[in-house]
Design a binder for this molecule. Sequence first.
Ligand code: FAD
Length: 365
Amino acid sequence: MVLHPILQDLVKTPFFRYFKVKLWCDCPFWPDDGMCYLRDCTVCECPESEFPEPFKKSSRLFSADDVICQEGKPQAAVDRTLDDTIFKGWIQIDNPWTYDDETDDAAMTYVNLQLNPERYTGYAGPSAQRIWTAVYKENCPQYPSEEWCNEKKVMYKLISGLHSSISVHIASEYLLDSSANLWGQNVQMLYDRVWKHPDRVRNLYFIFLLVLRAVTKAADYLEQAEYNTGNHVEDLKTQSLVRQLLYNNKLLSACRVPFDEVNIWQGQNGPDLLQQIQNQFRNISAIMNCVGCEKCRLWGKLQVNGLATALKVLFFVDGKNNLQLQRNEVIALFNLLNRLSQSVKFVHDMGPLMEKMERHDSSPT
Ligand code: FAD
């Protein structure tokens, strides 16, 4: 896959490897029940000296009131006509699709994602199960599936696709022998948790295409954005990789449309439904605070944030204002795309072996 190597290089750049996250947080739904005691669960946070200098300076601070105050004011109109660029600097504004207050810098910490890879941690059992159950329940109240409107089906597929992707990462980097610290692939796990359920594989492709489509839609914005970390050479490389990804990649323009986002949320109940789904998504983001394994929480939060950003881009309907993204949202968006691309590649590469296991499974004993 042409896309994958570019993404792999991109997420290693200084701009994309630092993610701002609130790791120490109370679960708003139930008492913390499941800290995972494996060494692999802990996240190693960056000392402040490590993360890029421009990240420390606060971005332009916007509040929701600022945005509303500008509306209709003559000076705002002048601003808009004079300014023909789309990207206007990184902003710091609370994302309505997520639960954490992203403007509360004091509660946030920077994590070097390259030092904290998402892989098997041993987090399992009732605590992990409770999270998944809560996530599915939040989004998909118990409607019989025929009654689901299109929008609800979309949300279910996204969550299930993300769940598949996490399972694929666990299976692709599994602790095979703890005494020898031997890591490798657990193909049986890939088969049992993902391949055996064709809908889970389909949902993985679905979320991958949706995020790809969001990146394509925001291409002009993402091209103009500043990827500044103070390291000129690295930053030029980042900019070049982003361009390669956005424009030189035939896959992006050829990418199949997973659904028509223009016509979704447009029915009679469209705006209400969008609001309802935004609230549900915010609750899913809150549930991530209850994940009882620090590293799973980190990647859960990043990927939910990335998905929230993709949805924000795809369903951005405010004709009066331009799309505005936070630096952290773009970091989450590209890291999520990379994780999904990795999952799709792994499932694709393992296809022949999985088919063999399937034949073996269905052959009479
Ligand atoms: P689970 O994966 O816990 O699934 C629970 C139930 O959901 C299944 O029994 C099945 O009925 C249903 N289900 C499973 N997959 C799908 C799907 N794709 N679509 C629809 N339904 C499905 N563990 C790690 O080792 N490393 C991690 O980085 C990690 N990150 C995590 C992040 C989050 C946010 C959460 C909630 C958990 C994470 N875990 C991680 C734990 C991991 O996801 C599993 O919960 C754990 O491995 C136990 O798996 P399980 O077989 O019991 O089934």
